[in-house]
Design a protein around this ligand. Structure first.
Ligand code: PMP
Length: 335
């Protein structure tokens, strides 16, 4: 008898990612530090899950019909996921993106077949912000569906139905804490809601970059943001429907230098090649390990891979221009 294990196309290969024991950090902290390898999704990031759920929900509700157009404003990864889902299911993809994102993401989107519209990186209050521009395109283009990942709860639902349950099953429920950064709030909203329902004792934390108001929101109830960050895809200064689902016990902040140092640490010690948000997430996991003490299992999400940032955080000249050259020998960079 033959046993077969075959996935049906792109759609069936989204999710079911490995949960990786990060050996260097587990040794250093005395905890079990786990990273969910979302960079192994077919589109290369955690956003494949949200893209798939948003499209399937729109098909079900009738917002998207055969031959239609998917429109989204995105810093990149959601656009990549949506474009692949669009190709797999016969839609056109129009992606509106701020012009300060890495060139890899922009050219990748074009190679995949998206029509990419670059708009200036302006504050949310400006009507030319990518969010408002995408909304307008969704209204103007015939047969268009605006995915609206910030407010569309199919985003968090994808993590409530898949990412959260996968982590729970992969750890056999032996999980003491999880730390996540937030862009739309989909991952943190869905994963923390699910895990808290399984076990309210699990410590759930946000890690937030400079320039984001979420740390202030979680710790004081008010949005306040200072500075800016080289991290991509995370940080926001307003409440979203997806973040509202999050069940959090607290929040950490992490700096750009900590994220860069951690990205190089993971690459050199563990062979893990991840992007800036994943690295910041791991900074958060180590912070929680230090707070809880040895003997705890702490998970986080490795949102995307480092290849998406080759011209930035993995380019020495770029790092030097930002004064972010990594120099640490061990984990002394963690403040
Ligand atoms: N990391 C990266 C690289 C991303 O593109 C995103 C999505 N914006 C996130 C993290 C955050 O995920 P979420 O939108 O689910 O909060």
């Amino acid at each position: 008898m033959t046993s077969r294990d075959i996935r049906r196309g792109f759609i069936d290969t989204v999710g079911h990612t490995p949960l990786i024991l990060i050996e260097s950090l587990s040794q250093a902290t005395g905890c079990t530090i786990l990273g969910k390898a979302e960079f192994l999704n077919p589109g290369g990031s955690v956003k494949d899950r949200a893209a798939l759920f948003m499209v399937l929900a729109a098909e079900q509700s009738g917002e998207l019909s055969p031959g239609g157009t998917i429109v989204e404003g995105t810093a990149g990864n959601t656009g990549i996921g949506l474009t692949l889902v669009a190709n797999a299911r016969g839609y056109r993809a129009v992606i509106v993106m701020p012009d300060n994102q890495s060139s890899e993401k922009i050219s990748l989107l074009r190679s995949l077949g998206a029509e990419v519209e670059l708009v200036p990186a302006v504050p949310f209050s400006n009507p030319n912000h990518f969010y408002h521009t995408a909304k307008r395109r969704g209204e103007e283009l015939p047969g268009a569906f605006w995915a609206n990942q910030f407010e569309n709860e199919a985003n968090a639902e994808s993590h409530y139905q898949t990412t959260g349950p996968e982590i729970w099953q992969q750890t056999g429920g032996e999980l003491d804490g999880i730390v996540l950064s937030s862009g739309t709030g989909g991952t943190i909203g869905g994963v923390t809601a699910y895990l808290k329902e399984q076990n309210p004792q699990i410590h759930t934390y946000l890690i937030d970059p400079p320039g984001s108001g979420l740390y202030s929101y979680v710790t004081t109830g008010e949005f306040r943001a200072e500075g800016s960050s080289i991290t991509e895809g995370i940080g926001i200064n307003r409440m979203t429907a997806n973040f509202r689902r999050a069940r959090l016990d607290g929040a950490f902040q992490g700096t750009d230098l900590e994220a860069i140092e951690m990205a190089y640490y993971l690459l050199r010690r563990d062979g893990l090649f991840v992007g800036s948000s994943a690295a910041l997430n791991v900074v958060g996991a180590v912070r929680l390990a230090q707070r809880l003490g040895p003997g705890h299992a702490i998970a986080t999400i490795l949102c995307d891979g480092g290849g998406r940032y080759q011209s930035r955080m993995f380019d020495a000249q770029w790092l030097a221009s930002k004064n972010l050259m990594p120099t640490a020998k061990g984990l002394e960079f963690l403040s």
